[in-house]
Design a binder for this molecule. Structure first.
Ligand SMILES: [Zn+2]
Length: 252
């Protein structure tokens, strides 16, 4: 975390307090700006409060549990479609390659039979050769990238689906911090308020989930309600929620 006022690093500071009446030693951390970059007016924030705000940031992009089976089903269906498309593309390109190969043979025959002169033979041969190389390149590209978006999407799903569980668990600061790094960056503490930039995919989840919450009556515990009841006005696979894969998802 950085300080939103001066940009210096935020650091945890150890404190302890002894309560005579109950004979108890309380130990805790307060987060504060190191003020190493100059004067700064920002004040301390307790570890518990930082934790709560971080949990809120995570919960704000937690995929409702009810969506997950539908998203995974969609992903499986797409995997099959992508594979079919990939195979069809490769087949078409291999046909092209065969045609060029035949033309090259025909050209050589024509040259050997004296039908065409050396100059024309060379120029046409180069042209066909270039076409053949390009087709071969395309084939390897399709083989390599045919469904390259599926894996990142599956990873995104695997990260996102654990958000709610991690945010609601107790005493899991390390897990929470590591999860937060996966979904966001630029964590700033300003006037005791923690903010962050969501990473690609999560930023869309955030705006979509906020929109869905805004359009409905405020619920006392809307974060819990999300898991069981709230449905988006439009489903995520209708093309609005995944900017990473927009061009492919938009076919839905
Ligand atoms: Zn500061």
């Amino acid at each position: 975390m950085k300080c939103g006022e001066c940009g210096a690093t935020i650091t945890p500071e150890y404190h302890k307090k002894f309560y005579k009446r109950t004979n108890r030693l309380a130990e805790y951390y307060m987060y504060r700006c190191t003020k190493k970059l100059g004067p700064c007016s920002q004040r301390y924030l307790s570890q518990a409060e930082v934790g709560n705000q971080l949990r809120k940031l995570v919960l704000d992009v937690a995929i409702p549990v009810a969506w997950i089976p539908r998203w995974l089903k969609l992903l499986d269906e797409h995997e099959v479609i992508e594979k079919q498309n990939q195979e069809a593309n490769i087949q078409r390109l291999e046909e092209d390659e065969k045609v060029v190969e035949q033309k090259l043979n025909l050209l050589l025959d024509s040259y050997l039979d004296g039908v065409i002169d050396q100059e024309s033979y060379k120029s046409k041969k180069n042209e066909l050769f270039e076409r053949k190389l390009k087709t071969q390149e395309k084939i390897s590209q399709v083989r390599l990238n045919g469904s390259s978006w599926l894996e990142p999407f599956r990873e995104f799903m695997n990260v996102a689906k654990n958000g709610a569980k991690i945010a609601r668990a107790k005493n899991n600061c390390e897990e929470l911090a590591s999860f937060a790094k996966n979904i966001g960056s630029n964590f700033f503490l300003t006037n005791r308020h923690l903010s962050a930039d969501y990473k690609l995919g999560f930023n869309t989840l955030f705006s979509e989930l906020s929109r869905s919450t805004r359009t409905r009556a405020r619920l006392p515990d809307f974060l819990c309600e999300r898991d069981t009841r709230i449905e988006l006005a439009s489903h995520p696979w209708e093309g609005r929620i995944l900017p990473l894969y927009e061009s492919r998802i938009s076919s839905f």
